[in-house]
Write a protein that binds this ligand. Structure first.
Ligand SMILES: *Cc1c(COP(=O)(O)O)cnc(C)c1O
Length: 224
């Protein structure tokens, strides 16, 4: 049987080790537990082990789980999946963070539909850093325009950048993301998050300066 608590502590150890190698403070790296396709009882086990930040990728599935887990009132939900424009309202009203904003149209809808909530919606811009095949992510050329747009949205807070480097991406790709993040941070003081690193590349990502790793299968097991 899978022990979620042990898996979480193993990931924390891995993060700590990577921080040590890179001379970074472990406080600078947060763990987002990715629970797409996984049932609520596994999320509750992670919650009981102290995990509070959770990531989901599919809108319909996630809003059902968020409703079912509403009693865990200090969970912070992050949307990390591709965004279709007809799903933005559900995202704007159910989540605290969105990591996958990659175009003005989506940012504009999220801003409008977040109106009336107590807090602004935290936004990371997804950057298409390493591959031509994936259609997700803003190109490096268009990143500044999108950042400027989001920073002017009343109900959004620009928090940083997100990337999903290719499976075999070299450390150079991770370092390039850090440079983009670092440069943008000097322009926008609300930026404090580089969302990068998954089960198989989290050490590399932390060594390059990631501040939030998104880990699914290494905690909850393989997805079908
Ligand atoms: C599924 C997913 C993850 C988690 O991937 P694992 O390899 O299971 O750790 C991280 N980020 C995004 C955007 C995802 O869709």
């Amino acid at each position: 049987m899978m022990n979620i608590k042990d898996n979480l502590s193993h990931i924390h150890q891995q993060i700590a080790y990577a921080c040590k190698q890179a001379n970074r403070d472990i406080e600078q790296v947060q763990l987002l537990a990715v629970t797409k396709t996984k049932p609520c009882d596994l999320i509750e086990q992670a919650y009981l082990a102290g995990q509070r930040q959770f990531g989901e990728s599919y809108v319909q599935e996630s809003i059902e789980k968020i409703a079912a887990l509403a009693h865990l009132s200090d969970i912070e939900w992050h949307f990390i999946g591709p965004i279709q424009s007809n799903k933005t309202r559900a995202i704007a009203t159910n989540f605290s963070w969105v990591h996958s904003v990659d175009r003005v149209k989506i940012a504009s809808r999220l801003n409008e539909q977040r109106c009336g909530q107590d807090t602004s919606l935290n936004i990371c811009l997804q950057v298409n850093i390493s591959d031509e095949e994936s259609k997700s992510g803003v190109s490096v050329d268009e990143l500044l325009t999108l950042a400027q747009y989001v920073s002017n949205c009343e109900n959004l807070t620009l928090r940083g950048l997100m990337a999903i480097p290719d499976k075999n991406a070299s450390k150079t790709v991770f370092d390039q993301m850090f440079t983009l993040y670092h440069d943008l941070k000097t322009k926008y003081p609300t930026i404090d998050t580089l969302s990068m690193g998954m089960s198989n590349d989290l050490s590399l990502a932390v060594q390059s300066g990631s501040t939030m790793v998104r880990v699914g299968s290494a905690i909850f097991g393989q997805r079908n």
